[in-house]
Design a protein around this ligand. Structure first.
Ligand code: CA
Length: 502
């Protein structure tokens, strides 16, 4: 869907940026890239997006001095497919991050998953490597944990983080604790060498991830163009923060985690300034999916914003995520208001390409993408002044008191025969579907249906990676476990269909 097109556009931008200055020796170094990917952070969770406690000064400043993307979508409402799309620039249905085990069911990569990112996919760090970049992933990978899916086999040069979510603690008998890797080998496991106190919410992980980032930036900034993918997960349940931040937010533990992340990003931006590379670094901040309202209020937030919805099947606002760019070569650029790249406040899905310094470049009148998993669930197409969002299927686990009658449902509902259509310009919260009898609805349906047909005719689905699970493939004995004395014995191999309950 739109998110993927946004991802594709952001790819285009990066490729243009990385192509700049390449070739002749002595040419300017291609820009560094700092991609800050949050986990389950909702559209309304930052001050600059209207969160009233205003506890994200660094991100708010970054938006004020850079660019804010008020309509920015991820490709999927769950971590793995969204991240696969971000790094490949391709819809999950194409890159294989979907399941056919059940109709219209999202899927991801728990540690019993057999599949992962296929070798046939070209990831962003693989392309950047050809341009001389050194790439590091800090934090959550989530594109498969088996050896062939290791991030260093898919373009990254360094890794500090984990292959799966920080769920647990497990007993290391029925299910192993999730390992934490440094490059090729594990260096410990969550709840063991890397503790997370579920009762107090205390964990030092964001600070560790920050130090990994600062160290990498210091090492690389003067020698090679770098790509740092900072994929922290403190805002994913169970949310956590380090001791100095615990209890400091007006909005509970989730706010503590957000405050620590904001503070960390401030330190990274400060380091770029200190190293005199800020002018040549493209920084982009976003989230893998919208707010995890299923985790609220204890482990998430029902923030009072337009888009307060959950990572649940088919509902697109789950995929409405923050998007902030600090554009290369425009240090100190200050927008008088929240603007898109094209300088039209509120204009929908701005073209990241405009960050190239080509403000006349135009791509947002293209169909903005379609669908995410299987089957097609939603389409975003058109501009702010035209009805631009269609649903064929939807479902949501909404926050108390925020139900929208006839729109939000606890269970997935099939609207294929009479899709819901929203005018995102007038109704960015997607609460008021157009009247089926209206001329506006009929015109939009006709227009978007042709986009759907084009998509379906051109679609070449990837081999689904999220169908088969096997407890024997879990993180029993990751590489490096021998050195730590932490190898566990896997159970008998019994492949079975993965069951997806949400
Ligand atoms: Ca997520």
């Amino acid at each position: 869907m739109a998110a993927v097109v946004a991802a594709t556009r952001w790819w285009r931008l990066l490729l243009v940026l990385s192509a700049a200055g390449m070739g002749a020796s002595g040419a300017p170094q291609p820009p560094n890239i700092l991609l800050l990917l949050m986990d389950d952070m909702g559209w309304g969770d930052l001050g600059v997006y209207g969160e009233p406690s205003r506890e994200t000064p660094n991100l708010d400043r970054m938006a004020a001095e850079g660019m804010l993307f008020p309509n920015f979508y991820s490709a999927n409402p769950l971590c793995s497919p969204s991240r696969a799309a971000l790094l490949t620039g391709r819809l999950p249905i194409r890159n294989g991050f979907y399941t056919t085990n059940a109709h219209a069911r999202n899927a991801y990569t728990p540690q019993e998953i057999v599949g992962g990112i296929p070798d046939s996919e070209q990831l962003l760090p693989e392309l950047l490597k050809k341009a001389g970049y050194v790439s590091k992933i800090v934090g959550k990978w989530h594109l498969g944990h088996r050896p062939q899916f290791h991030p260093l086999k898919h373009g990254f040069d360094e890794w500090f983080g984990s292959p799966n979510c920080h769920f647990g603690p497990y007993d290391n008998k029925a299910r192993p604790n999730i390992p934490v890797y440094r490059d090729w080998e594990m260096v410990g496991r969550y709840y063991e060498e890397f503790p997370i106190n579920l009762k107090t919410g205390e964990a030092n992980l964001t600070q560790i991830y920050l130090q990994e980032a600062l160290d990498f930036i210091k090492r690389q900034a003067r020698h090679h163009p770098f790509f740092l993918y900072w994929a922290v997960d403190a805002t994913h349940a169970p949310v956590y923060a380090s001791k100095p931040f615990l209890g400091t937010s007006q909005r509970g533990r989730y706010g503590d985690a957000v405050r620590e992340i904001d503070d960390s990003i401030g330190k990274m931006l400060e380091l770029l300034q200190d190293l005199h590379v800020a002018d040549n670094t493209f920084v982009f901040f976003t989230s893998d999916n919208g707010a995890a309202l299923i985790s609220a209020p204890e482990q998430g937030e029902c923030s009072p914003s337009l888009l307060t919805v959950s990572p649940q099947p088919a509902w697109p606002s789950w995929a409405s995520v923050p998007g902030i760019a600090a554009c290369e070569g425009r240090p100190g650029h200050r927008s008088p208001s929240i603007v898109t790249c094209e300088g039209r406040p509120g204009h929908r899905s701005p073209s990241i390409a405009a960050c190239e310094g080509r403000p006349g470049h135009r791509s947002s009148d293209e169909p903005l993408g379609h669908g995410q998993t299987w089957p097609l669930m939603a389409v975003v197409q058109g501009l702010q002044d035209t009805p631009s969002l269609l649903f064929s299927l939807q479902g949501i686990d909404f926050c108390p008191g925020q139900n929208v009658s006839g729109v939000t449902t606890h269970n997935l509902e099939d609207h294929t025969k009479l899709p819901l259509i929203f005018h995102l310009g007038r109704d960015p919260g997607e609460r008021f579907p157009l009247s089926f009898a209206s001329a506006e609805y009929q015109e939009a349906l006709s227009r978007i249906t042709s986009v759907v047909q084009q998509h379906q005719e051109a679609l070449v689905p990837g081999q689904p990676q999220l169908n088969v699970c096997n407890w024997a493939v879990m993180n029993w004995a990751p590489p490096g476990c021998e050195k730590l004395g932490k190898c566990l014995t896997p159970p008998e191999s019994i492949p079975k269909k993965c069951l997806w309950s949400h």
